[in-house]
Design a protein around this ligand. Structure first.
Ligand SMILES: [Zn+2]
Length: 85
């Protein structure tokens, strides 16, 4: 078997974060991310808070959260959370 698979870690998870939240991913990637998420507390927390933010945004504006807004949230979290090390 060829080793072509990506290793799904926090970094990869973040990379797909926006698409993950948007449920725009091909199911095989989604499943892999989900697998990582299930074993990673950090990513679970990240997703939870993001979902909450997005939910609140949606209920406020009453329409779909624009993708660039999601991306900005994404960037924000990236800077905040992952540069901490
Ligand atoms: Zn993780």
């Amino acid at each position: 078997m060829k080793k072509r698979k990506i290793e799904y870690n926090c970094e990869v998870f973040q990379k797909y974060l926006v698409e993950y939240l948007d449920e725009e991913l091909p199911s095989e990637i989604f499943i892999e991310l989900e697998k990582h998420r299930m074993v990673c507390r950090e990513c679970t927390r990240l997703i939870k808070s993001l979902r909450k933010i997005i939910y609140e945004l949606r209920s406020l504006t009453n329409y779909e959260v624009p993708k660039d807004v999601l991306e900005r949230i994404h960037t924000y979290i990236k800077i905040k959370k992952w540069k901490r090390k």
